[in-house]
Design a protein around this ligand. Structure first.
Ligand code: R5P
Length: 304
């Protein structure tokens, strides 16, 4: 669409190109660096500022901690891009954050805790965003802080399509209570009769130590363990170990956001994962499924 321009933020270049192609929109890149004193710099690569006047601007910038920097820098870059686009008098500023960092800090679990997820959303809105999009956010309740429309897009359909090719008799394991609705939805995309089994996971709020229990009639089954985030891999590895012991035929570890920090890959494979399947909300070796179509469809459906 002629009036739409996609800005490929420094962290989401590949994904932004795909989304722009699906929207038939112009795509512009950015120039970024960090000065020797640690301060950031970012420029949207355009010739004249009036190019954005009256346009429907879509900024795509994910926030994962990876080789291209830390999540704090990515958040800062996003806020700067929104501010610059607002200055240029765009008619709409749609912010797409495929992986929303800090989403697990969605409430005060202990007295005095800061709720990072909500504070970051406030900044995004204050900077000038007119719509907010993210994928499979850990807790949608954080949107209550916003006045602008916010959309939590569902990657389960595209993930299930991929998994359906690889499993004959699948069963979905849900690693904790919070993931149950997501797992049920996922199983629904795989087929009418696909069963979901929920594990009981407990995490010590002070030490972070995880314990998990589950009862599993899964002998000879293709098991899919689906979660929103795979970070340290602790949750997933624990679930894989239990499933492996119970005699699963294959174990697919599915994470919408495969952060895969430190030894996560090693731990998951060692525990018995057949494969690790993630989306391209974060650039990684595990982005086997693209959510570009999910994003472009959501934007199209909000475009008159
Ligand atoms: C927690 O409630 C999330 O849904 C994930 O299960 C968790 O964030 C995964 O983190 P990790 O890989 O570090 O166990």
């Amino acid at each position: 669409m002629e009036d739409q321009i996609v800005i490929a933020g420094p962290t989401s270049q590949k994904l932004a190109l795909k989304v722009a192609e699906l929207l038939h929109a112009r795509v512009v890149t950015t120039e970024n660096k960090v000065f020797p004193d640690g301060e950031g710099y970012l420029r949207i690569d355009i010739e004249e500022e009036h190019e954005f006047k009256g346009k429907d601007i879509i900024i795509i910038q994910t926030m994962g901690a990876n080789s291209s920097g830390d999540q704090n820098l990515h958040i800062m870059e996003l806020i700067m891009m929104i501010g610059a686009v607002k200055r240029m008098n765009a008619s709409k500023i749609r912010v797409v954050v495929p992986y929303f960092a800090y989403s697990r800090q969605d409430k005060a679990f202990r007295p005095g805790e800061c709720i990072f997820a909500k504070e970051i959303l406030k900044w995004i809105e204050m900077a000038g965003a007119t719509e907010f999009y993210t994928i499979d956010v850990h807790a949608e309740s954080i949107f209550e802080i916003l006045k602008i429309p916010a959309y939590n897009l569902d990657p389960m359909g595209v993930l299930a399509k991929e998994l359906a090719k690889r499993s004959e008799d699948p069963i979905v394991i849900c690693p904790d209570k919070g993931a149950y609705e997501r797992s049920r939805k996922f199983a629904g995309y795989l087929g009418k009769n696909v069963q979901v089994i929920q594990f009981i996971k407990k995490r010590d709020v002070k030490t972070g130590k995880i314990t998990m229990e589950g009862d599993l009639p899964i002998q000879g089954k293709d098991v899919i363990i689906a979660d929103d985030i795979i970070a340290s891999g602790g949750t997933m590895a624990k679930a894989i170990e239990i499933v492996k012991k119970a005699g699963a035929k294959s174990i697919f570890s599915v994470g919408t956001h495969p952060l895969m920090l430190k030894n996560a890959v090693f731990n998951l494979m060692k525990a018995g994962a057949t494969d690790i399947i993630g989306t391209d909300t974060i650039d990684s070796a595990f982005m086997q499924v693209s959510i570009a179509e999910v994003i472009s469809k959501a934007i199209q459906s909000n475009t008159p």
